[in-house]
Design a protein around this ligand. Sequence first.
Ligand SMILES: Cc1cc2nc3c(=O)[nH]c(=O)nc-3n(C[C@H](O)[C@H](O)[C@H](O)COP(=O)(O)O)c2cc1C
Length: 141
Amino acid sequence: MRGLILYESRYGTTEDIVRRIREELKGVETLPCSKLSMQNIEKAEFLIIGSPIYFERLSKGVERLLKDTSFQEKIKDKPLAIFTVSFGRHKRYLSLLKRFLKRENILIEYQFRGKVWIFDRRKEEEIYEFVEKVRRFYGDR
Ligand SMILES: Cc1cc2nc3c(=O)[nH]c(=O)nc-3n(C[C@H](O)[C@H](O)[C@H](O)COP(=O)(O)O)c2cc1C
């Protein structure tokens, strides 16, 4: 495994996005935050962390994980990509994730649009745009 995508999804949109990213990027595995073990993190060369936004906040499971000091310690030298999934695209949503992370480790940040756009062309364009950013940093072997 080269990369690991950590995420949570209550209504399925983030899950769909994560599945499409995994299809596009070789060597990337995915794991809901609730199923994470610290060994998974050790094996990953880089992490992608994604959260949906509900009522202006991160998904609870993602927030819990990011606040965990042993998690913070484990990822302190890992390159990171972060993304949010929400109706609105507001920079403050990404800031919610960044609060808990070392800024210098964040190489990529992205905001996906939420549910209403999930199956249309615009959504696919977002997936390709994000995947291209990841490939630029980590390659695609
Ligand atoms: C209860 C609820 C609250 C939401 N609150 C926000 C919000 O504050 N801002 C926003 O931009 N989108 C908001 N959304 C839209 C979600 O972020 C969007 O539907 C997202 O795709 C949900 O991800 P999921 O399908 O993986 O659970 C909300 C959606 C729900 C159902």
